[in-house]
Design a protein around this ligand. Sequence first.
Ligand code: NAD
Length: 351
Amino acid sequence: MSSTLGVGFLGAGPVTQAIHLPTLARLTDTFHVVHISDVDADTADRVAGRVGASSSTSADAVLDDPRVDVVAICTPHRFHAAQVIAACRAGKRAVLCEKPFATSADEAAEIAAVSAETGVPIVVGAMHTFDPGWQAATAHWGSLPQNSHTIRSSIVLPPNPRFEDFATEVISPRTSPPAEARSVEAQAALAHAGIMGLAIHDLPLVRTLLPHFDDLAVLSACALAPFGYQIVLTVAGTRVELHALISKTWQPDWTLEVYSDTQALRVEFSPSYVHAGSAVATLLTAGSAQTWGPATHNGYEGEWGDLAAIVRGEKQAPDTAGLVEDLRFATAVADAAADLVRSPYREGALA
Ligand SMILES: NC(=O)c1ccc[n+]([C@@H]2O[C@H](COP(=O)([O-])OP(=O)(O)OC[C@H]3O[C@@H](n4cnc5c(N)ncnc54)[C@H](O)[C@@H]3O)[C@@H](O)[C@H]2O)c1
């Protein structure tokens, strides 16, 4: 029996090719990739061929493969919930699911129930939560969560292929949809997709600061062309500003800032797909500054490292109730933002 954990992939798109395979190539003491599936047979064959794995076009072939200990789910969002549940029911040792692990709170709750019933741990690939720079800041920030009054997430990135192409030569890259005149409904869908696809990386961090969001109110929301959003919301009296623009920028920036009356935290993350160390976090308090990072590993290695430690029994599995709450928060923000884009002048919308 192999001493490393066998990994099987569902979905062999750019994220598998440019994020997870390069990450696992640095973790060969712990993992080996044994099976890659994709609905597109040519993509599955060619990606599997690069790492000496078997290939198939069906999820069942991966789940039935006894060499697969860990299932990595890297398909489009709408397939995640059913595939996570099937992997748990197949009795695998752990599941790593790309974000978001579900598209609704009901799906997330169903996953949590199946994970509890089967005992199969689930790690969600929200990589910033595993970033050592972020984790060091959370361990030292004292009363910042209780006292924060402003949180700002700012993401300015070039289109994904810029960084995917640094990591690997992508087989079967995505084709960009043609530019279109955007109706109000299309803009609402864009804002929703931006939250569920991009802001969702940082919303679990925001929820670490603001765990209870029953009084969530989205004050303003708009979609930004060609892809992005600008949203202001409040939770428990704290103002949260979410801004993202994917455009032809030369200077990427992915920053999370948190302010209270006495502290200021600034966390600068690497862009997605970049394998170049962790975030740098700086915490200012009156008269002192502390900085953490860059560490040699980033959140991608962090999530796989945590998964291995969970399987070995060295670390507790993530609290699935917390994962459900993260998803509930993200869908609440996305739904409210999309509603506001649809009808910005309804009563109370501009409070
Ligand atoms: N962690 C990160 O930094 C990061 C960055 C971008 C995207 N993502 C997430 O990663 C996931 C995958 O992203 P991507 O850009 O590679 O997606 P993609 O849509 O470009 O590719 C997914 C692949 O899955 C295949 N596929 C589609 N339906 C399938 C099915 N039912 N079973 C098996 N294969 C199927 C497609 O043929 C494609 O090759 C998404 O959930 C996305 O949100 C994560």
